[in-house]
Ligand binder design. Structure first.
Ligand code: NAP
Length: 276
């Protein structure tokens, strides 16, 4: 019988994940299919319970990465540390939650020769930001400055992250107040760069040639942030690289097989380019 997998989120019709995952299943000769499932908040409990019956595994995205936790039987170490699940695997009648987003950040950094970072600027304080903190902890980072538009959220976020990662120093700033500081790495964990969300001038002020600039946004592929960073001579890392590497780990969690990364990358890029 065909194994079913899916992506669950509020607005996932245009996601490139089905193209990437179905290419991987095909390349590995697996009888499996991956779909995207738009699930409205008011419908979440009922739809999720039904999807649990029908699938062998799921990806979870905005806004369900934390909401899904009480509906699972067990969490891996990273997911329980940061309170966010983006991969679910069925094991018999149990459902296990994982987080592969941190690997999605660490692997591209390593591939670009940037696995050691000391001082970083994190823009945003949501789900991707939590995965970034986990990745930075694993990378031995000492100092995280969090830029937010709502200082009360920044304060809560750094309080929580300081408890989870006592070895790192966290501080926050209003994004509009960013000044000429220099960072080893700048990571955008907000939707700035998508649709109408323009890059704030204050953020442009901290983009220097020696920094690496990593954007979690993958559509458009080359955001205003990455274009600016490229023009100023920075190393740039695209959002699709995170999407690809969180996806290869999800595939490996579900199937126990090494993911066909090149096939997945090709399908992902084709899917993003076709939709551009
Ligand atoms: P989330 O949990 O909703 O968090 C979004 C964060 O961005 C919040 O801190 C929010 O602040 C902030 N924000 C939104 N608009 C902003 C603006 N105009 N200026 C400043 N801050 C703003 O979302 P998420 O899951 O972290 O995802 C964030 C982005 O990363 C999305 O674009 C998502 O597609 C992308 N992402 C990519 C990957 C990948 O594999 N490449 C994986 C995960 C996420 P408020 O609380 O004040 O609204």
């Amino acid at each position: 019988m065909t194994d079913r997998y899916c992506l669950v989120g509020e607005n996932v019709s245009r996601s490139p994940s089905p193209a990437m995952m179905n290419a991987a299943f095909g390349a590995m000769g697996l009888d499996a299919v991956y779909t995207s499932e738009n699930v409205a908040r008011h419908d979440f409990n009922e739809r999720f319970a039904r999807l649990k019956e029908q699938t062998s595994g799921m990806n979870v995205t905005i806004p369900y990465k934390s909401l899904v936790i009480p509906m699972l039987d067990e969490l891996d170490e990273v997911a329980s540390r940061i309170g966010a699940v983006n991969v679910i695997k069925r094991s018999g009648d149990r459902f296990l939650g994982f987080n592969s987003d941190a690997q999605g950040i660490l692997v591209p950094l390593r591939e670009h020769g940037k696995s050691t970072v000391r001082r970083v600027l994190l823009v945003g304080a949501g789900g991707a930001a939590r995965a970034f903190c986990e990745a930075m902890n694993q990378a031995g980072c000492a100092d995280v400055v969090v830029a937010v538009r709502d200082p009360s959220k920044g304060e809560n976020f750094i309080k929580e992250m300081s408890k989870v990662f006592p070895g790192m120093k966290f501080s926050f700033t209003d994004i509009s107040l960013l000044r000429d500081a220099e960072f080893d790495l700048i990571f955008n964990a907000t939707p700035i760069g998508t649709g109408e969300q323009r890059l704030p001038d204050s953020l442009k002020r901290v983009i220097y040639g020696r920094s690496t600039v990593f954007d979690a946004v993958y559509r458009p592929m080359k955001t205003e942030l990455l274009r600016t960073a490229e023009m100023r001579g920075c190393t740039t890392i695209f959002g699709y690289e995170m999407l690809l590497n969180q996806g290869t780990l999800a595939f490996e969690i579900w199937t126990g097989k090494t993911a066909p990364k090149e096939v997945m990358k090709r399908s992902l890029l084709e899917s993003l380019e076709a939709a551009a």
